[in-house]
Design a protein around this ligand. Sequence first.
Ligand code: FE2
Ligand code: FE2
Length: 310
Amino acid sequence: MRQLLHISDIHFGRHHLPQLSAAVLAMVEERSPDLVVISGDLTHRAKASEFQAARAFVDCLTVPSLVVPGNHDVPMYRFWERIARPYGAYRRYFSPDMEPEYEDDLMVVLGLNTAFNWTHKDGMIRRPRLRQLAARLRAVPSDKYKLVVAHHQLVPPPRYETQRVLTNAVEMVEVLAEGGVDMVLSGHLHQTWIGNTEAYYPGGRHQVLLLHAGTTTTVRGRGIEKGQNSCNWVSLDGRHIEIRHLMWHPQQKTFAERSRHLFPRHLGFLDGSDGFERLKGLDAGVALGPATTAADGPPAAPWAPPRVVG
Ligand SMILES: [Fe+2]
Ligand SMILES: [Fe+2]
């Protein structure tokens, strides 16, 4: 079993809510996930002081973390810096590694940088990087979970204010599906959403689960999470992916579970079987279609919202 806390768009700077980042630190200390994933937009304006605050926050996490940049981590208004050294402040004040990896005996988590300058405002992955990613995914044993973290979205939530996606999303989906990726964790939209690649890019490929986190620590929640804060708790038990969508409860001053979603792994396209999960002990031989809807998962450990001080 592995447990991940997925937070995003923490935007240190003028819109950051310190009470919320303190709550995240308290939750991590109390629940002790195996990994904290931060899917980009660490800052508001890519300033040195904002990166330093983000660095201090990450340094306070009591468990390993994996962080990728977002579009706000490239200077928007400092023209020459944006041209010449778009990642200079990130590298200098936050981390020189913009595409970190995490691996243990159950999962591999690969960070991707999708934030480039204004010629690609919706984000992109460079072709050489895609080829490198494909090779990296091929090298991962198929029994390990393969997770990818990238700031920009591959699929827009239905009726969301923008329907734009990553510039070369289709190419990326092909690489992810071919590589047997279980799930992509993203941010950028400031609204939680769960989807899958086949629903938007139908092609009979391996289905990649898509998990968007809302903004965890700013006032800039959007869409159906306007003005709200959220994050995701992900559990991997070897056969399933369970996602708990947590929303900040202002009165209780805690991240509380809003919904829970359970997905079986579908390795069929990769291991030669038919890829369907079968009911056991109920109706042997009846195949279940790929599950894409929410279901109550087995409560491995009852969720108790962490106490937050302050
Ligand atoms: Fe953001
Ligand atoms: Fe963003």
